[in-house]
Write a protein that binds this ligand. Structure first.
Ligand SMILES: NC(=O)c1ccc[n+]([C@@H]2O[C@H](COP(=O)([O-])OP(=O)(O)OC[C@H]3O[C@@H](n4cnc5c(N)ncnc54)[C@H](O)[C@@H]3O)[C@@H](O)[C@H]2O)c1
Length: 509
């Protein structure tokens, strides 16, 4: 284990020795601090300390930690019999039950035992930190310190600056976290803080695609995993967390943001919660499970490629050359005559296939769309118009599957699946930056470390192109009439100026 850099060993109190508390004990004990753990339930603190030391001890077994270093850590970690043992702590981190009244009572009681300059931090995931701090005589030393589960492995923690939190308190907690090898990100005391705020888009937009009957949960998840690079799709994640838990988070963030349309929860959720379709824990959610294993859907049979097929591709389509190459190797003829083609391909950005067919004067029964955002080597999304015939669908599907790459066939959906989900995520991140909830660097790192996305959201927007993201959002807004897609001023201004979405305000007053 490494000694923390630039941080002198402190005496830390951890109150609440459950799933989070024991992880916090482990993290700071192995970083070389003196840790005192207290829990209201008899024996819980001792169990947590034993658990944390057991985890740290694995380092000795694996040869990563010397026996002497382990003994030094062991001597530094104690379970406390009472809160009075927290006198003399430099920082106390609370990780008790998520209940405002109970937390307020605890913070009031803590102030009676600790020094006036002891920093008090709450691991709350959803309460307003100012509400907890309001119970204290010295709210300047109170902040949020939000870890993720499991604490030692999730290498990010949000330092939440409530309105009365002092800069010194924020600095102390940030140094503490960074010194333990995690990344501290500083965020305003706003709903969902940073990570849970930035993570909204994947769920809300995935659910919207389903609401519109554009694609099944498995189709949405497959595309987002294989074509876009998420570790898990939204429905897989909802099944893992449990819809009983996630539905409350979705509703609470929407309420706390005063019914901001970007966070509007889906009406699909409540009936599923009522029916007990929580996910893995109940054996049934968006998917069905046998034990820990998800029951596989029967494979779809790809239709055969018909001989003599003639295909027209929109000359303006950004993927036209790649599509022509694919057709060439599949022995399919490319025609200039849309009126005679068996299938007409369009590649809209932000729009649906029906609008694209209508605007190009194409016969919608023979028109299909291919997502231009995803490279052809990855899972392809084939979108149908409201009128596409089964024959045109099957011909297009067979052609796209001819070289063995997986194909997802969806109904009309403005922005397919990948475009609309990614544009939503970028837009929410842009709005977090616009509102000054966190710095650009903190948004990017928090999303990568806290949500496991392959890129920070604003850098991801740059990769696709800020102007493209704006085009997708504006077209989505025009075709759906839904204000949830209205672009953030942060995005609009940077696109207007032709600069990266990562560009901070030059001199924010
Ligand atoms: N579990 C997660 O994934 C997660 C992630 C981030 C944040 N959080 C937040 O961390 C906090 C703790 O969550 P958890 O999952 O570890 O809960 P938990 O139920 O596993 O543990 C809570 C512990 O607090 C103790 N406790 C309750 N009231 C107390 C009091 N007044 N004084 C002292 N001890 C008390 C309980 O005995 C219990 O051991 C909550 O605020 C939660 O919202 C949880």
């Amino acid at each position: 284990m490494t000694t923390p850099i630039n941080v002198k060993p402190l005496t830390l109190g951890v109150v609440g020795a459950g799933a989070m508390g024991r992880g916090i004990v482990q993290l700071f004990a192995q970083a070389g601090h003196r840790v005192r753990c207290f829990d209201a339930a008899p024996g819980a603190a001792t169990k947590a300390v034993e658990f944390a030391l057991g985890m740290i001890g694995r380092g000795v077994d694996k040869g990563r930690l010397s026996a002497e270093a382990f003994e030094a850590i062991r001597a530094n970690v104690v379970a406390c019999a009472g809160m009075g043992d927290l006198t003399g702590c430099d920082v106390v981190i609370e990780a008790i039950v998520e209940d405002l009244a109970v937390k307020r009572q605890l913070f009031g009681a803590l102030e009676e035992v600790v020094a006036e300059d002891t920093v008090l931090a709450s691991n709350t995931s959803s309460l307003t930190v100012a509400d907890i701090a309001a119970a204290c005589r010295h709210p300047a030393r109170v902040a949020g310190l939000h870890f993720f589960n499991p604490v030692p492995l999730m290498k990010v923690a949000e330092v939440i600056a409530a309105l009365r939190t002092s800069p010194q308190t924020v600095q102390t907690l940030s140094d503490l976290v960074n010194g333990a090898g995690h990344r501290a990100v500083v965020t305003a005391d706003q709903p969902g803080f940073l990570v849970n705020h930035a993570g909204r888009g994947l769920y809300t937009e995935g659910l919207r695609v389903l609401e519109e009957q554009a694609a099944s949960p498995a189709d949405v998840d497959d595309v987002l995993r294989e074509a876009v690079g998420f570790r898990m799709g939204p429905f897989e994640l909802l099944d893992l967390t449990g819809l009983d838990v996630s539905s409350k988070v979705m509703a609470s963030i929407y309420e706390q943001f005063q019914h901001e349309p970007r966070f509007r929860p889906s009406s699909l959720v409540a009936p599923r919660v009522a029916a007990g379709l929580f996910g893995r824990k109940t054996g049934e959610g968006w998917y069905t499970y046998e034990g820990d294993t998800r029951r596989a859907a029967p494979p779809r049979t790809v239709p055969p490629l018909s001989a003599g097929l003639s295909v027209w591709v929109d000359p303006q389509a950004s993927g036209r050359a790649a599509l022509a190459e694919l057709m060439d190797s599949a022995g399919v003829a490319l025609t200039d005559d849309a009126a005679r083609a068996d299938v007409c391909f369009v590649q809209p950005w932000g729009g649906d296939a029906s609008h694209a067919a209508a605007s190009l004067g194409l016969d919608a029964t023979r028109t299909v769309a291919l997502d231009p955002m995803v490279p052809l080597a990855l899972r392809r999304t084939l979108m149908l118009t409201a009128l596409t015939s089964a024959a045109a669908r099957d011909s297009a599907w067979a052609l796209l599957a001819a070289d063995g790459v997986a194909v997802t066939v969806i109904n009309d959906s403005p922005g397919f699946i990948a475009q609309r989900v990614l544009a939503t995520i970028v837009n929410i991140a842009a709005q977090i930056a616009q509102r000054g909830i966190a710095s650009v660097a903190d948004i990017e790192d928090a999303v990568k470390l806290g949500l496991g996305y392959p890129h920070g959201p604003l850098a991801w927007g740059d990769r696709i192109g800020g102007a493209r993201i704006l085009e997708i959002l504006r077209t989505l807004q025009a075709q759906t009439g839904d204000p949830r897609y209205r672009p953030s001023p942060w995005l609009v201004r940077r696109v207007a100026l032709g600069v990266s979405l990562l560009t901070p305000e030059a001199a924010r007053a």
